[in-house]
Design a protein around this ligand. Structure first.
Ligand SMILES: O=C1O[C@H](COP(=O)(O)O)[C@@H](O)[C@H](O)[C@H]1O
Length: 230
């Protein structure tokens, strides 16, 4: 199920979206004393990060993480970890607890098992913000990868897995579908006409292994709110 939220400009989207996320985090804190949120990386969310970092909520009670990251050093320009630290964990949001997906040198099965255990402290997420590539990948569940079935398995334990894309650089660490779909508030944040075209393509067919975003957009039990601007 989807709900479309369309904006005339990216700054307008960033403002409204940040306000909504801040309210949902504050509501989770009021309800259970803490909140958790996972962001996507890539080129889309920078403006949103800046807006949200200036929201005066009790960030000390918020755990912030990523839905996925590239397995690169956290100083690398392509690191989602770095993007988040430099753009979100600023201003009021410096008080948040950051759960990095890159806490070791080697991306081994035992590392992923340990990381998944640690993540269980703040799962299920209160808010998850997905991004999407032109190939319909979301988080780092890539249609080109050998791990696409594993990433989309509805019956898998919610967990962090390794993905090796063949059409994009770097090994990845990503939450699987089973983990992300449990999020109380699920969003897809995309900008530009080409991404709108990809959404149309995703809605026109139902094979999620060809376009993993379909698993989220076409899920019968969970609403995915799309935030889009030209
Ligand atoms: O590789 C990635 O790409 C997607 C989409 O990024 P964008 O640059 O087209 O916004 C992103 O959602 C994901 O987190 C990132 O690792």
């Amino acid at each position: 199920m989807i709900i479309n939220n369309t904006f005339q400009s990216r700054p307008q989207l960033d403002k409204k979206f940040a306000l909504r996320i801040a309210k949902q985090l504050a509501a989770a804190i009021a309800d259970k004393g803490s909140a958790s949120i996972a962001f996507s990386g890539g080129s889309t969310p920078k403006g949103l990060f800046t807006e949200l970092s200036n929201k005066n909520i009790d960030w000390s009670k918020v755990t912030v993480t990523l839905v996925d990251d590239r397995w690169v050093d956290t100083t690398n320009n392509d690191s989602n970890d770095r993007l988040l630290r430099e753009n979100l964990l600023q201003n009021y949001a410096t008080n948040a607890t950051f759960f990095s997906l890159k806490q070791a040198n080697n991306l081994t099965e035992s590392y992923l098992a340990d990381l998944t255990k640690l993540a269980n402290d703040f799962m299920p997420l209160d808010v998850a913000i997905l991004g999407m590539g032109e190939d319909g990948h979301t988080a780092s569940i890539f249609p080109c990868s050998a791990q696409v079935h594993q990433g989309l398995d509805e019956n898998a334990e919610p967990s962090l897995i390794k993905v090796v894309p063949t059409t994009a650089p770097y090994e990845r660490v990503t939450f699987n579908f089973a983990a992300l779909i449990q999020s109380s508030n699920l969003y897809l944040h995309v900008v530009g006409q080409s991404k709108q075209d990809v959404i149309s393509q995703a809605l026109a067919n139902d094979d999620a292994t060809q376009m993993p975003i379909r698993a989220f957009l076409q899920n019968k039990d969970k609403t995915c709110n799309i935030f889009w601007a030209e």
